[in-house]
Design a protein around this ligand. Sequence first.
Ligand code: SAM
Length: 298
Amino acid sequence: MTRTDGDTWDLATSVGATATGVAASRALASKQPDPLIHDPYANALVKAVGLEHSIKVADGEQVSDDPMMSTQRICERIAVRTRFFDDFFAEAVAAGVRQAVILASGLDTRAYRLPWPPAAVVFEIDQPRVLDFKSAVLDDLGATAPAGHRMVGVDLRDDWPTALRDNGFDLSRPTAWIAEGLLIYLPPDAQDRLFDNITVLSAPGSRIATEHLDIGDSAQDWAKRLDERSRRAGSDIRLSELFYTGARASAGDYLTAAGWDVTIRTSREAYAANGFELPDDELTTLSENSGYLSAILR
Ligand code: SAM
């Protein structure tokens, strides 16, 4: 299966299955005796999607002899990632930002589980079938989000700014944006357009957090090695078929040129900030200069 311009999916297929995979890690980490993160909905969401491999991960079954797939490694990896974006929103709220957009939200439940102030308006954007499924399951669970929560089902390669504005997005208010696990699934020009649109929609003082990818021209090799890990673990997901691994602008450089003050946190720094050590494996080493990016619009 290869990517095409207008491809669509649900949470069990194509790029959608990757959202279920990430949620499985959150479910596993949330179940540990002394959990590193707490996502009270991840397990039910993964079970509802019904992908066998993700259910095994969520249930803590040993899916692989790969040391990077041990429960401890999975939990640390997802905790570093989840806490980075959770902390980003906490800091934005503390700074007075009351409008948030979760781009490519997948099975992210931050709209429901973070302590938003009553006046907060939280938008989620993802493909329609992804959001419809998630909201149905969360409704059944009785999960509640702030009154100003809106799910906007639209493709991020299309005219999502119009859909967002039609759903009440306020251009005059500073916004906190996250794009977690999204950029590599967008064609390079769509990534640039995404940042152009975000910049146009952002009042001064707006913030953004996303991944920082710095693997030079090794993206294809990196994706192939991720495939090997996936295959070894019995998963059907082949990231090399879902990623766009061609040359793309660095998100940090692009945002800096567009007027954002960018801060990079490498994976090693992010692990250290959580009291963990970056694993010493080949795949992690390949992407050790990558990590996370946050930025504030001047
Ligand atoms: N942000 C979520 C998380 O970290 O749990 C989900 C990450 S998952 C790896 C990738 C997500 O990006 C999926 O939910 C997928 O539907 C979404 N996505 C990728 N390309 C998209 C597009 N063109 N339009 C809308 N959503 C997209």
